[in-house]
Ligand binder design. Structure first.
Ligand code: GDD
Ligand code: MN
Length: 353
């Protein structure tokens, strides 16, 4: 059975049409339910749904809470299906692809209705909104192992059991519930995702609720998800590498009697290799990597050197030119070097197939 969850806020002019379209798009004979989760809309969307007499359709009216993400979670908690489908009420998501999504969900954990996969589009958008949306997706993609073109889609299907296994800690604050579910699901294992392209349509009635608050929530979510996952792993590896570096330097100098500058060089390379191995097998563990092993190792070495160069350059620049205390400049240098390393390794060294 399929459970269709539709979050609504002031969608009385769209919701019934959307329910009709969805009902028509589900293959004949396929069992389904539609759960509208409405946050006590002033326009009485809940009333319109309740007056629509169809035992497969029901409305949950939340009086105390608000928010798209948490509404979706509420819908999931009441849903009975093996598969969950999330979709907007305003007609912007094309129900015509539901059949294809249903076919693909059998072999996937998630199937995403995608504006940015080949064949999809968001044509009615201004160039500005399109650019903005694509830019906002970059950090989101860097948190994921699976290759996803549209990780912020509000139109997706997921397996009930994947939700049940991974829901712990999922908060559903803001609009980007899909991204949060993906990141949490990837904590345990590689997640299988497929995308079905569709054309994002213009809204006919009412207005978008996407505003500044949504953006702030999104930034907060990125920060929280980073700390939950890859960024924390990356930083821990780096920290561990510092101790490896110091340990090798000490051993080679004190025990092997090497000249300290030579042991220093060897210590740096040993630390780089150590970091590479851990990042390769742990930080970006579930990603299907495009580059071969040697290429990755080479790329990792190059960016480590580039990072040190930036570090030194920043030490000089902020101390000599800006006039900061040299320890503060070094801290900035380390942060810049780490950021460069993370971004390069994500986009290049460990990029996905
Ligand atoms: N229950 C509830 N509570 N529903 C809400 C709330 C809320 O606070 N805010 C918005 N919704 C419902 C809307 O009524 C609509 O059905 C759906 O969530 C999407 O809201 P829109 O305001 O239409 O968002 P959008 O079109 O700008 O963006 C949507 O599409 C994008 C592309 O797929 C969202 O789904 C984005 O997350 C998504 O990236
Ligand atoms: Mn919309």
């Amino acid at each position: 059975m399929l459970s269709v969850v539709i979050p609504t806020y002031n969608e009385k002019d769209s919701i019934l049409q959307t329910i009709k379209d969805v009902t028509k798009s589900i293959p004949k004979g396929y069992a389904f339910e539609v759960i509208v989760v409405d946050d006590d809309s002033p326009d009485k969307t809940w009333k319109a749904v309740n007056e629509h007499k169809d035992e497969r359709v029901r409305c949950i009216r939340r009086k105390k809470e608000r928010g798209l993400g948490s509404a979706v979670l509420k819908g999931f908690s009441e849903a009975k299906g093996d598969y969950f489908l999330v979709m907007d009420a305003d007609g912007q998501h094309d129900p015509g692809i539901i059949g294809r999504m249903l076919k693909q969900i059998k072999d996937n954990d998630f199937v995403i209705g995608s504006r940015f996969a080949k064949g999809g589009s968001a044509k009615n958008w201004s160039r500005q909104r399109l650019l903005f949306s694509k830019a906002a997706a970059i950090p989101a993609k860097s948190l994921l192992d699976a290759k996803v073109h549209d990780p912020m889609s509000g139109f997706f299907m997921m397996q009930r059991k994947v939700f049940e296994e991974n829901q712990e800690g999922v908060k559903g604050k803001g609009f980007k519930i899909l991204l949060e579910l993906l990141v949490f699901s990837e904590k345990k294992r590689r997640v299988k995702v497929s995308e079905v392209p569709y054309k994002f349509r213009p809204r006919k009635h009412g207005e978008s609720k996407l505003g500044l608050k949504v953006l702030i929530d999104y930034a907060a979510m990125l920060a929280r998800l980073s700390l939950h996952g890859r960024v924390t792993r990356f930083l821990s590896v780096g920290l561990l590498g510092v101790f490896v570096n110091l340990g090798v330097l000490y051993l080679l100098t004190e025990q092997a009697g090497m000249y300290y500058l030579l042991s220093g060089l060897i210590a740096i390379e040993v630390a780089i290799i150590h970091n590479f191995i851990l990042n390769n097998s742990w930080t970006w563990r579930h990603r299907k990597k495009k580059q071969g092993f040697m290429k990755r190792l080479f790329s990792f070495n190059i960016v480590s050197l580039a990072g040190m160069t930036i570090n030194i350059a920043a030490l000089w620049f902020f101390t000599d030119i800006i006039g900061l205390w040299y320890l503060a400049s070094q801290a900035i240098g380390i942060a810049l070097g780490a950021a460069l390393n993370y971004i390069w390794n994500d986009l290049w060294t460990f990029k996905s197939k």
